[in-house]
Design a protein around this ligand. Structure first.
Ligand SMILES: Cc1ncc(COP(=O)(O)O)c(C=O)c1O
Length: 377
């Protein structure tokens, strides 16, 4: 496989413990968790619970039962946004959001159910919480902000926005797709009601995993109804969490792997963060020093998640990404499913090349990548 700089899409490689946990779940206790009472089903249910507890610890969530297993971050965001809104509501989100927020809002608005306002970042790439305040109306029922932009990596002032949301009593959702497992996350300190995250990015779990933290006292309309293995005589969803939002068979192998990924993150987070930040700084400085390369990520090291976006010479981002693939590097060109972020950057037509680093990358790989970018001229 090529040198992998596409960790913001999904992380690679996964630690061996993750692969082993998936294999164990599929061989030693391959049963339906929360349904039957035989030993394999109980072992499966225990695994699902243990991963939930590990996720709660990473999030500093007080109650693991309020961490819902989802199938990816998009699934979690759909539940959080659609589950929160009533007809006539207004939503304030940022222009940096991913389509997994924008298209949910766009679809609801196209059906005439809600209205929304997108707040653009300031020229430095960071949203000003005061601009969020200015966009609120009496009908605003939800504020949505990405923890870190998946296009530029810019870490947004999510705690300051949380303070504002608390002050005004408005429900607050953070999209943690580019944060949990790579940045410290504390849902209590952030003041959020909902925190959506994937399991397959910085948490190093398998694809098909993710989750939603639901704050105490926050109710959501269910988006999926069905079997939960509990209160089966009722035609309505059970009121209890997590099963209220976890209808149908969960992704047991994925969740088992995610548990091992959480162990890895819990044990190594500060080390991973420090190393990725150093690697990212080397990448940022190296790319910025190449004449003809334009870098879009923030210069402040502490202000960005571990990715750098750029364009090179007169190439489109797709041409540059393809040329880098031929030289043995996996990066992503295009719009990264975040069109409004590109409108803000002025790259809606050209896109950008995103090089996103992970726990296994090295300084040598960064040096080789810089040489490959230079060779595109
Ligand atoms: C900021 C952001 N939000 C949401 C998502 C969607 O995540 P998933 O692919 O897990 O659905 C992504 C994926 O790249 C993302 O970067």
């Amino acid at each position: 496989m090529s040198i992998y700089f596409d960790n913001a899409a999904t992380s690679h490689p996964k630690p061996k413990a993750v692969l082993d946990a998936v294999a164990r779940a599929m061989t030693e206790f391959n049963a339906n968790p929360g349904r039957s009472g035989h030993p394999a089903a109980l072992a499966a249910a225990r695994t699902v619970l243990e991963t939930r507890e590990k996720l709660a610890r990473l999030l500093n969530a007080p109650d693991p039962m309020r961490v819902i297993h989802c199938f990816n971050c998009t699934d979690a965001l759909n539940l959080a946004v659609k589950g929160s809104l009533h007809a006539g509501d207004h939503v304030v989100a940022t222009a940096l959001e991913h389509n997994s927020v924008l298209r949910v809002l766009g679809t609801l608005a196209a059906r005439g159910r809600i209205a929304f306002t997108l707040v653009r970042p300031r020229t430095d790439g960071f949203v000003d919480p005061e601009d969020i305040r200015a966009a609120l109306t009496v009908k605003t029922a939800l504020i949505v902000c990405t923890h870190a932009s998946n296009v530029t990596g810019a870490i947004q002032p999510v705690a300051a926005i949380g303070q504002l949301a608390r002050e005004l009593g408005i429900r607050y959702l953070i999209d943690g797709a580019q944060a949990l497992g790579g940045l410290p996350v504390d849902v209590r300190a952030l003041g959020c009601d909902l925190y959506a995250f994937p399991g397959h990015k910085s948490l190093l779990g398998p694809q098909g995993t993710g989750g939603l933290y639901i704050g105490e006292g926050i109710g959501l309309f269910t988006q999926r109804e069905g079997g939960t293995g509990s209160s089966s005589d009722s035609l309505l969803q059970p009121a209890e969490l997590p099963e209220r939002y976890e209808s149908g068979t969960v992704n047991l192998p994925g969740i088992a792997g995610l548990g091992a990924g959480c162990d890895h993150a819990q044990k190594n987070l500060s080390q991973i963060m420090m190393r990725e930040r150093e690697l990212c700084q080397a990448l940022f400085e190296g790319l910025s020093a190449i004449e003809g390369v334009e870098v879009y990520s923030p210069a402040r090291e502490a202000g960005r998640a571990s990715l750098v976006s750029f364009n090179a010479f007169d190439l489109s981002s797709a041409q540059a990404a393809d040329a880098l693939a031929q030289r043995g590097f996996a990066v992503r060109g295009g719009l990264h499913c975040a069109p409004e972020a590109h409108r803000f950057l002025g790259t809606l037509r050209r896109g950008v090349v995103r090089a996103s680093l992970g726990h296994a990358n090295t300084f040598e790989e960064v040096e080789r990548f810089l040489a490959a970018v230079r060779s595109l001229k």
